[in-house]
Design a protein around this ligand. Structure first.
Ligand SMILES: Nc1ncnc2c1ncn2[C@@H]1O[C@H](COP(=O)(O)OP(=O)(O)OP(=O)(O)O)[C@@H](O)[C@H]1O
Length: 270
């Protein structure tokens, strides 16, 4: 493939690495409904990879396959060179894959800080009894986790609301807190399910900036579903396009934009 100069430069400076997630011939059905049919694509380290497609195309199902919520009936998932066998979402999280959800899934009565702390659960080593007694090592561990949570709060510029119960925050800020909770797990791969849904223009701009900063500063690989085409084309390195559970396009934003199947099935109708 011939890359033009700015593309090549962009990729070189952003250090796109080798394939870390390879999805091969994935098929998934629910009873008679074929959600995904023979889908193959890969994700490279440090890449921002978008999955787009009309409603019901299979995008969320694909994310659920990646983070182990659904097990496909056919196909293979190769994560860092190892074929994944029978992994659930806990296993996926342990292997460095975190995600946010289409509908915010936060503890609404808890503060921003405490919600972000829940993202540290997988990293906690002390057992329940030690934590309950707040005993030596558990105390030191708690302090270290709080420091990490505060770092994320600073990074996302939400210091002013750190003690506010999440349910009282406007929607855009709740989405940012959800990103913070996912970041608290220090994921290698971050899955974002419509991170900008329901946001106004300014909130979208902020979220775009945070996604790019996470990718740049932490080196996190990002796979995102997003309906806003402007956003997708602006921030993604490569885009995979699904329609009725089938892959109809895959490539750089420019390649996808000029793909006639994509224009017919999706872009042309929006
Ligand atoms: N748990 C489930 N049980 C039965 N059918 C399902 C389930 N999850 C998804 N489906 C079906 O699989 C297909 C793909 O759905 P999916 O939610 O993955 O699409 P999507 O592209 O994310 O759509 P949207 O943009 O509306 O969120 C749809 O026909 C949907 O009805």
């Amino acid at each position: 493939m011939q890359m033009n100069e700015p593309d090549a430069l962009l990729r070189a400076t952003r250090r796109i690495g080798p394939v870390i997630l390879d999805l091969k011939n994935i098929s998934l059905s629910f009873g008679g409904v074929k959600a995904l049919t023979d889908i193959s694509f890969d994700v490279r380290q440090h890449e921002i990879r978008a999955i787009i497609g009309p409603n019901g195309a299979g995008k969320s199902s694909m994310l659920n396959v990646i983070n182990g919520v659904y097990r496909p009936q056919q196909g293979a998932i190769i994560h860092k060179g190892q074929q994944r066998k029978g992994m659930d979402c806990y296993g996926a999280a342990k292997s460095g894959i975190a995600r946010t959800f289409q509908n915010i899934a936060l503890f609404k009565g808890m503060t921003v800080l405490d919600n972000i702390m829940t993202g540290r659960n997988l990293k906690m080593k002390s057992n329940f009894l030690m934590q309950a007694l707040y005993w030596g090592p558990a105390r030191r561990e708690e302090i270290a986790h709080r420091v990490k949570a505060e770092e994320i709060i600073d990074f996302l510029e939400i210091q002013a609301i750190r003690k506010t119960p999440v349910g009282r925050l406007p929607y855009g800020l709740q989405k940012r807190v959800e990103l913070g909770r996912a970041l608290a797990a220090e994921p290698e791969i971050l899955l974002l399910d419509e991170p900008m849904a329901g946001m106004n223009v300014e909130e979208k701009q902020d979220m775009c900036r945070f996604i790019l900063d996470v990718n740049d500063q932490f080196g996190t690989t990002i796979v995102l579903i997003e309906h806003d085409m402007g956003v997708v084309m602006d921030i993604s390195d490569r885009v995979v396009v699904l329609d009725y559970g089938k892959k109809i396009g895959d490539g750089t934003p420019d390649e996808v934009r000029s793909n006639q199947d994509v224009i017919n099935a999706y872009l042309g109708t929006h």
